[in-house]
Each structure stands twice: as structure tokens, then as C-alpha cells.
Design a protein around this ligand. Structure first.
Ligand SMILES: *Cc1c(COP(=O)(O)O)cnc(C)c1O
Length: 391
């Protein structure tokens, strides 16, 4: 216990101790934190579906009819008609033959990489991929080759060195979670085909947001049929919970037989499944939500840049404002709170040293006036903190 205690003390002395905060959801855009009402600018609820009356109604009805728990794993007692319907809806949204649902996106990543690869195989992984991919790679026992962020030349060089392995998988985030940039999918598709590798896209942040029908990153590039594995989650734009893999029928049948997180964990609750089905319907049938989101995102990105903030070019709702040092990012975030804005600082080890930032995420339910309020808040805080990096 003494060892653990000392490690925690060390974290505290480095300012890296993680504190929980109680966030009480008041309405779509407002939360109560420590008694203060703040404009939420950091949630993954990109289309506002987590509090949509139809997703809420679907969950309540499913719970009333089927109960709160699913009572077993999918292969034992937990496979309701709702679960199968959701998988059809996902396959339809993603433009694939089939799909399989897992309890979380994290589990979907663990499931697919551990089921498909072993010591004879190589996984090529972007250096900025999500932590769940990193953990999945380690657990898979495959050889792991990390390539430079979205660097096709570096990846090609590394693919050339591994031509004799059994299977090769190239895995990338579709939209990178800390920078909001989009993976170079056209180039990745080409490399995967030239080197007989499978391409896997983790589309946690792209699904529902990118593409004309909300199909995500592959849809955005018009390359759905050339991406072998599309992974995603219902916990972001869909507004609910649960991960998935979408792909060919053979891939999905294989995972139902071999993916341990699918076989050995209780199926998601009927309420969650019903909310996801409704969420996907709204994603598909209400493209105006995506359009409104896009307009708000551009308003914020352009507004912050005009104020001189360092906001990398991009078009996704993940808007990083790079501030540099950890202290500065922390001070900035806490002063934003005084301006009524909730936007936590992101620091190492989550992002590289010297790139501490405020990571804003915008949702379709933010109004034009609220975006102006965010920009004004940044302007006021920058004046107070003194100086900030020029973009
Ligand atoms: C959120 C996220 C996940 C995990 O999804 P959960 O459903 O929250 O477990 C995986 N990959 C990326 C890129 C994510 O942003």
C-alpha cells in the first residue's frame, strides 16, 4: 500500500493526479459543475441525440417491455430481436454486408485485433491512434509497427520491411481524437491493396458526423467497399452506448465465433440497444443536423483563428486550441469556467509535451450565439492570462 500511496503522491506533485468532477446534465448544452451552470463544450454528443425525445422514448419503451438487463451473452440467452435489428441498421449505415455489436468501442477494438492476429502477424498502427487500439495491439501478441502520424511514405517503407508475415493489418483512427484531423484514407486504401494488407478504420468520431448519410470517414472518401474493417461506437454521435465492427459477412461470422469480448460478456441492455437503433435512424433521416453542426464548427474554427489562436486547419467538431505548457492550459481552462464555459485542458501523457491544449467539441445543438459566447470567452481569458501563441 505504501508503494501505491507514494506513486499517487508523485502524480500529485507533478500535477498529473486525476480528479473526478460531478457533471450534472441540465439540458442539451448546459451542465451543472460544482454548483455552477456552464456551457458544455467538451462532450461527444455531436448531434445532440443523447437527450433527443425519440431516443429517450425508445429506451424507456424497450426497458418497460424487455427489462433492464439482457440476462446473458449473445450466444446464450442475451440475443433479442432488438440486438439483431441494431446490427442490420449499423451495416446499412456503414454500407457493409454485416455488423456485430460489442459492449463498448474499447471492447470492439480488443475483439477484432485479438481475434484476427497472433504472433505470425503484423499490425501497422498510426502513432496517434486511440489508447484502445494500443491496448488491443499489445493483447494481440502480433508484431506492432508504429508509423508516423498519417505519413504514407513512412508506412510504405515499413510495409516493405514486413512482406513475409502471415497477415498484415493497417489500423488508423478515422478522425483523430485529440487533433480532430482526418486520416488520409485514399492513400491508406492504396497501400493496403498494394501490400495485401487489411485496412481498419476506428471511426468513433467520424460515424454520424462525416459523409453525406453520416456513414463516417470511409463514406466521406467514397471508399466504403475498400476498407476491410470499420470499427465504431454508439457512444458519440449516436448518443447511446456500445461498440461495433462492420464489414463482410465472413469477417462478422468469424468474429462471432472467435472474438472473446463478444463470447464472454453479457449483451448490452435492451434500453441501450433500442436507443442506438433510434439514434441511427435520426442520423440517417435528419441530414440537417450534420449540416448545422458543420456550420457551427466552421464558425468556431474561423472565429478562434481570427482572434489569433493556434487552431489547426480542419473541418471536424473536435477543435483543439494549442496553448503549449501544461500550467497555461490548466489556468486557461479554469478561467474559461469563470466565463461560463466548460472545456477541460488536455495535457501529457494524453498529448505530446509542449502541445497542452483546450480541446473543444461542438455539437449540432450549439446555437450561433453560444459559439460567439465561446469565442468571446477565449478572448477575455487570453487578455487575462497575458499572452498566447499566435496562429
Ligand atoms: C471513444 C473512442 C473509443 C472507445 O469507444 P467507447 O465506446 O467509449 O469504449 C475508441 N476509439 C476512439 C478513437 C475513441 O475516440
Amino acid at each position: 500500500m505504501r508503494e501505491l500511496f507514494e506513486e499517487l503522491l508523485q502524480l500529485k506533485s507533478k500535477g498529473r493526479y486525476r480528479h473526478l468532477r460531478q457533471i450534472e446534465n441540465i439540458s442539451n448544452n448546459y451542465v451543472k459543475v460544482d454548483g455552477r451552470t456552464l456551457l458544455m463544450c467538451a462532450s461527444n454528443n455531436y448531434l445532440g441525440l443523447s437527450k433527443h425525445p425519440l431516443t429517450q422514448k425508445a429506451a424507456i419503451e424497450a426497458i418497460t417491455q424487455h427489462g433492464v438487463g439482457s440476462t446473458g451473452a449473445r450466444l446464450t440467452t442475451g440475443n433479442s430481436p432488438l440486438h439483431e435489428q441494431l446490427e442490420k441498421e449499423i451495416a446499412n449505415l456503414k454500407g457493409t454486408e454485416s455488423a456485430i455489436v460489442f459492449n463498448t468501442g474499447y471492447m470492439a477494438n480488443l475483439a477484432v485485433l485479438t481475434a484476427l492476429t497472433g504472433p505470425e502477424d503484423v499490425i501497422f498502427s498510426d502513432e496517434l491512434n486511440h489508447a484502445s487500439i494500443i491496448d488491443a495491439c499489445r493483447l494481440s501478441k502480433a508484431k506492432i509497427v508504429i508509423y508516423k502520424h498519417s505519413d504514407l511514405q513512412d508506412l510504405e517503407m515499413k510495409l516493405k520491411q514486413e512482406v513475409y508475415s502471415r497477415r498484415k493489418i493497417i489500423v488508423t483512427d478515422g478522425v483523430f481524437s485529440m487533433d480532430g484531423d482526418i486520416a488520409p484514407v485514399a492513400g491508406l486504401v492504396e497501400l493496403s491493396e498494394n501490400f495485401l494488407a487489411w485496412l481498419m478504420i476506428d471511426d468513433a468520431h467520424g460515424t454520424g458526423v462525416l459523409g453525406s448519410t453520416g456513414g463516417g470517414t470511409a463514406d466521406y472518401f467514397g471508399m466504403t467497399d475498400r476498407v476491410f474493417i470499420q470499427m465504431g461506437t454508439m457512444s458519440k454521435a449516436i448518443g447511446s452506448e456500445g461498440g461495433y465492427i462492420a464489414g463482410s459477412q465472413i469477417l462478422i461470422d468469424y468474429l462471432r465465433n472467435r472474438a472473446r469480448p463478444y463470447i464472454y460478456s453479457t449483451a448490452l441492455s435492451p434500453g441501450v440497444i433500442a436507443a442506438s437503433i433510434e439514434g441511427i435512424r435520426l442520423v440517417r433521416d435528419q441530414p440537417n443536423r450534420r449540416e448545422e453542426l458543420r456550420q457551427r464548427v466552421m464558425q468556431l474554427r474561423e472565429g478562434l483563428r481570427a482572434e489569433g489562436f493556434q487552431v489547426p486547419l480542419g473541418e471536424t467538431p473536435i477543435v483543439p486550441v494549442i496553448l503549449g505548457g501544461e500550467e497555461k492550459a490548466l489556468a486557461f481552462s479554469s478561467k474559461l469556467e469563470s466565463e461560463g464555459i466548460f472545456a477541460p485542458a488536455i495535457r501529457p501523457p494524453t498529448v505530446p509535451n509542449g502541445t497542452s491544449r483546450i480541446r473543444l467539441t461542438i455539437t449540432a445543438t450549439h446555437t450561433e450565439a453560444e459559439i460567439e459566447q465561446i469565442i468571446k470567452g477565449f478572448r477575455n481569458v487570453a487578455r487575462e492570462v497575458g499572452h498566447y501563441e499566435k496562429g
